[in-house]
Write a protein that binds this ligand. Sequence first.
Ligand SMILES: [Zn+2]
Length: 338
Amino acid sequence: MKATVLYGPRDVRYEEVPEPKILKPTDVIIKLSATCVCGSDLWPYRGANAITEPMHMGHEYCGVVVEAGSGVKTVKVGQFVVGSFCISDNTCPHCNFGFQSSCEQREFMTGAQAPLARVPLADGTLVATSVMPPDDLIPSLLAASDVLGTGWYAADAARVQPGSTVAVVGDGAVGLMGVLAAKQMGAARIIAMSRHKTRQDLALEYGATDIVAARGDAGIAEIKRLTKNVGADAVLECVGTQESMSQALQSARPGATIGYVGVPHGVTFDGQQLFFAQRGLMGGPAPVRRFLPHLIDLVLARKINPGKVFDMQIPIKDVAEGYKAMDERRAIKALLRV
Ligand SMILES: [Zn+2]
């Protein structure tokens, strides 16, 4: 089969690779219904992470189980499944505590930008739907696998409550999902920081009440003005740069928590500043598995439409164009049809 392989900065190819096989009894093979390009795929694509050997890309997935290892107990061949980008057993102490993304057996999913993929620890990682979902819900179910689950975690980690005032730093796909999550959690006011018209419009559709286009000190001043000089009750940091983290910390009120889900690149903290700031930080790779059953229910009941974040849908053979469009910010997120 053909699959997506990254060779170096801006060198992504759709080329012949061996088909995935069951390697352990707890593995399954799924036939992807759709897959997509993640904002985090852009870090290696842009050369921010060293690429020592060709990387099999893709960690967001949903599809139908076509083969199951002998040790797989709950997931069945023929079922439609959604899984997390973090592989987890869902039985260890960290999984039981709701942090499946720190599972004792954690692995990160790879190789999902392909027609077929191997999913390890299938019983712990995958959630099967009770029925075969209609085609028009595939983008939203795919979103649950990472981008929605991550935006949801950002809001959960930031302790968004009914009535909260929430600030969202970052208008990428995860930031937009953070807006959607905050709305679902009952936030009264959601301030989305965005400078791009199409992203502002989607943020408003997902529940943002205010848009702040300014950045840096001007952006912080604007949030202070909107919150009567108090700051936001909860802040979602969905970028991962020093600038965005600083923006998030200074947009939060004392006692607030910043849920940060942008993978930090070059972000540092000053211990004493953090001490006197009195802001909490909770982040990391999202324990998407914790949220999946609820998110799948919301999608199947058509209460949320996270699939709208895919503003580009292309055949998987054109995957290189998907990376390029996201890199150049021509697309928010590219769905790959398989
Ligand atoms: Zn575990």
